[in-house]
Design a protein around this ligand. Sequence first.
Ligand code: 13P
Length: 338
Amino acid sequence: MSLAELESTIAAMVVKGRGILAADESAPTIAKRFAAIGVESTVENRRIWRGLLASTEGLGDYISGLILFEESLEQKSDEQSTIPETAWAQKIVPGIKVDKGKIPLALSPGDLITQGLDGLAERLRLYKAQGARFAKWREVYAIDQQAPSQHGIAANAEMLARYAAVCQAEGLVPIVEPEVLMDGSHDIERHGEVTEAVQQAVFQALARHHVVLELMILKPNMVLPGKDCRRAEPDEVASATLKVLQRCVPAAVPSINFLSGGQEPAEATANLNALNQQAPNAPWQLTISYGRALQQPALQAWQGRAENKAAAQQALLKRARLNHLAMRGEYQADMESD
Ligand code: 13P
């Protein structure tokens, strides 16, 4: 393990007032996002879209990391540069999603598990040669009457820890993402209990696997009522989320970068703002690794048309800037209409 290499990547990624843009949708997921605006998911359209995101001027003021999908590492954003080079030009560190998606956990109804450990070290070496300096792996937990089970939680934690150890051994900073979904009608208390059990198991597994906490980033869900239950105010979301984080996440972890998980863009920003207002002296940075909550308005503005490129980049920059303010607890809802 090269400590110096990992330390320099962490230093470039963990910067006050900046967060991560997730643009690493798998083929079926990006096809769904494009279909919503009537755009076909071709290699070329994906290149144009992700190149547009990475080349947004000024994005580096608010964003320090960009998560990409495999094919984007080699794609060019223009005649001169690849997408990772375009990101670097704005001091944005390029990273790569390395898991191969979720499947049902065998013999464990309701539990899911993520694949992709076989050959991971070899793949990481290739991605690193293509410019990636960090990686992301997502485990998914769906809530129903029984699930996730204790056994499911343990199996998922083991996967995350094994992935993180391989990343650090290969000199890439691991983003550890245990996502407890907000789908369902469960209340906020149940979401909090499951999130706490999941994070406890994850940090126990990380310790067993000798993962260096100072050299990783946690990407968790916020604690929310289920989508079919009700909508909670930012202060309630922030206090329920902080309660879990304070119980589970060691202070050695430098940064907690939330996923947006289906929250509306302004809702995700307001919730982050409340988190930073309630915990201005938290031991970890509280910031973003949003996919949908950063990209959605930009996709709407783009509609797959070259003439809308500037408008799409403006929409992305606006969301990035508002989240930057939320990282400082300085966001206000009326800024949405500026
Ligand atoms: P969302 O913010 O859209 O949930 O995506 C984040 C992500 O990278 C999920 O793995």
